[in-house]
Design a protein around this ligand. Structure first.
Ligand SMILES: C[S@@+](CC[C@H](N)C(=O)[O-])C[C@H]1O[C@@H](n2cnc3c(N)ncnc32)[C@H](O)[C@@H]1O
Length: 283
């Protein structure tokens, strides 16, 4: 029995590969990937001659869940033949990558160990563009379809990233097709219950190496209802907070800067020669 290592190429090809991922790609028996940037693909081929793209599994018109099932079955079959399989995806392998989670679920049932290596996500790049500090503001990350299906309630005072707006409204794959202008209208209608129509939002595509250039569209939430043609499978919707956070528990907040408050939160350091250092009498 082999094993499967799931890893991410970040967004910017070789510039975002971690040293751990480089080593894992180089030492794998075979490398399968869903990487789209040309430079990223070339780098994988330099690291290992047995590199194969699985992008062909994604055919427009297919249901995404069926595609994920086919990819996972294929990878498990490779590992069951005794191979050490590397599976490389864009960004971080655990973030919005259904095959990763299916492999974690099904691999052990077939005796295949599945290991996940950390990587840079689109979240990392988006945050490096953002002027706010998530320590102060917090951050919400929601999937566009689940947001509406589950009726999730966004917090108006916390910035929101809505992922997968390019496949909003359907599980059928439409990667190669341009979206209709009103594809996002039901998403906008949903968000209008929480934000005003004039609320500024942004469609963000971070650079992914040639041919994927960085794109940012700033518009109002109302304008988004007729801007579906501006989104694709790499677009994330950013919704800034509609109201600032405020201190609701002043007593707790005051304790954060009160020197006397800290003493009850920690244990006294052991004094030299205390029981903790002393192995006790020999028996
Ligand atoms: C299938 S998920 C993969 C996410 C990836 N694993 C990651 O860690 O970034 C695709 C979604 O990630 C976000 N995404 C991927 N590439 C992006 C990019 N270049 N810029 C902004 N968001 C991106 C979008 O929300 C897109 O719909």
């Amino acid at each position: 029995m082999g094993e499967i290592l799931v890893m991410g190429a970040g967004l910017l090809g070789s510039h975002h590969l971690t040293l751990e991922t480089v080593e894992a790609v180089a030492s794998a028996d075979v490398v399968y990937h869903l990487v789209t940037g040309m430079e990223a693909e070339q780098r994988l081929r330099q690291l290992n001659p047995r590199v194969f793209s699985l992008v062909g599994f994604y055919r427009d018109g297919d249901l995404d869940l069926e595609v994920y099932g086919r990819i996972v079955s294929f990878l498990l079959a490779q590992a069951m033949a005794g191979l050490r399989v590397a599976f490389v995806v864009m960004g971080h392998p655990s973030i919005y990558v259904a095959p990763t989670h299916l492999l974690l679920e099904h691999g052990p049932r077939y005796g295949i160990p599945v290991h996940i290596l950390p990587a840079l996500s689109s979240i990392d790049t988006i945050l490096s563009w953002m002027p706010f500090d998530i320590a102060n503001t917090g951050l919400q990350i929601l999937d566009s379809n689940r947001l509406v299906s589950y009726g999730l309630v966004p917090m108006r005072n916390v910035p929101l990233l809505v992922f997968q707006v390019g496949c909003f409204g359907s599980g059928f794959i439409t990667r190669q097709l341009q979206n209709a202008p009103d594809r996002l209208r039901p998403l906008v209608d949903y968000l209008l219950a929480y934000y005003p129509g004039e609320h500024p939002v942004e469609l963000i595509e971070c650079e992914m190496g040639w041919p994927h250039r960085a794109v940012r569209h700033r518009l109002t939430l109302a304008e988004l209802a007729t801007s579906g043609h501006l989104v694709n499978y790499n677009t994330t919707l950013f919704v800034p907070q509609a109201e600032p956070v405020s201190i609701r528990d002043p007593a707790f907040h005051a304790r954060l800067v009160a020197p006397e408050a800290v003493s009850s939160l920690v244990q006294a350091p052991p004094t030299h020669g205390s029981q903790a250092d002393n192995p006790g009498p020999a028996r």
